[in-house]
Design a protein around this ligand. Structure first.
Ligand SMILES: [Zn+2]
Length: 333
């Protein structure tokens, strides 16, 4: 399947942190034809194995997204919500959201709220219910919601705008690499689609413990330094290739893995750039400290406007990431 089509397919599935069942089912169906083994661990990570006799390599992309969880249903039918992961209320208001059961709504700030310092407590979710009873017919406390915004790309441009490129674009990268792997691979490959990354890299921790890999590669989006007024929290640029992670606030990558990824990129003519993220982490943070330690690196898709209702990436960068995953998967390690 083409990357854009994959992103659209994955985005139409529900999957905020802790409630990844729907997106996992979609990924499982897409991955199964190419897998030797598929398993789901207790936390809900989907682990797709392609058997080999060489070292164990774990590729991890989190499939959860940030989102909202209903905490209160008020008398007039409005909802109050908590956050799942790094939601900024200022960025989220006036954005349509949808629940797993298809109910839709709009997050709105209270009129008296100071927009500059907007807190989630000062926002409510309007689902069009006229009373508490009516609202309770539609949702329950504990139900989760995600952004319901469109995926689009302008003709002639490789740049895609979409909610949840973090991290559905990396799930698409892993799926497209898996599709293209030859029948027999030297390394013992595990593709983990992890849960609960956005609330603290929780799924990757149990996935890595269970797989006990020799090498770990987290595939995730990374921040850019290429928009007007950039705060330079990232080092990458859209359209300049796959980003090889050197460091973020959760990990300092294993130097030999960084070097291997850069060597492979050169050998296979894959455009790459270096990724240092000043804030934020990835599954690599949980993987590298597993058991006695795992040689860990990261392959990142440069992404603008991360954690807003519409993020932006270049599909050519995602293709380069898939090529690099494919190269590392088959490399002599
Ligand atoms: Zn992410």
């Amino acid at each position: 399947m083409e990357l854009l089509e994959l992103i659209e397919t994955l985005n139409s599935a529900h999957g905020p942190s802790g409630d990844e069942g729907s997106v996992r089912a979609v990924i499982e169906k897409l991955a199964a034809p190419y897998a030797d083994e598929v398993s789901i661990d207790t936390l809900g990570n989907l682990i797709v194995r392609k058997k080999g006799s060489g070292p164990k390599v774990l590729f991890a992309a989190h499939m959860d997204s940030i989102g909202f969880i209903v905490t209160h249903i008020e008398e007039k039918g409005f909802l109050r919500v908590g956050r799942l992961g790094g939601i900024s209320p200022k960025e989220a208001v006036y954005t349509p959201v949808r629940f797993k059961n298809g109910v839709r709504g709009l997050l709105v700030p209270e009129e008296k709220a100071d927009f500059g310092k907007l807190k989630l407590d000062e926002c409510f979710l309007d689902i069009g219910a006229r009373s508490e009873e009516e609202a309770k017919q539609l949702v329950r406390v504990g139900d989760t919601a995600v952004y319901d915004t469109a995926v689009f790309a302008n003709e002639g441009s490789g740049q895609v705008f979409s909610p949840y490129l973090d991290n559905r674009i990396s799930c698409a990268v892993l799926l497209s690499a898996l599709e293209r792997l030859p029948r027999d691979c030297p390394n013992d490959l595990y593709f983990a689609f992890t849960v609960q990354e956005e609330v603290g890299l929780r799924g990757a921790r149990t996935a890595a413990f269970g797989v006990d890999p020799d090498y770990g590669i987290a595939v995730d989006v990374t921040d850019v330094d290429d928009t007007p007024g950039s705060e330079k929290s990232g080092t990458t640029q859209l359209g300049k290739g796959a980003a090889v992670k050197v460091m973020d606030s959760s990990v300092i990558c294993y130097p030999a893995v960084v070097a291997k990824l850069e060597d492979l990129a050169q050998k296979h003519n894959i455009p790459v750039q270096r990724d240092i993220l000043r804030g934020g982490g990835t599954d690599a943070g949980a993987i590298h400290t597993t058991r006695m330690g795992v040689r860990t690196g990261g392959i990142s898709v440069p992404c603008r406007y991360i954690h807003t209702p519409n993020e932006a990436s270049d599909l050519a960068d995602a293709r380069a990431c898939a090529d690099l995953v494919l190269a590392f998967a088959q490399a002599e390690l």
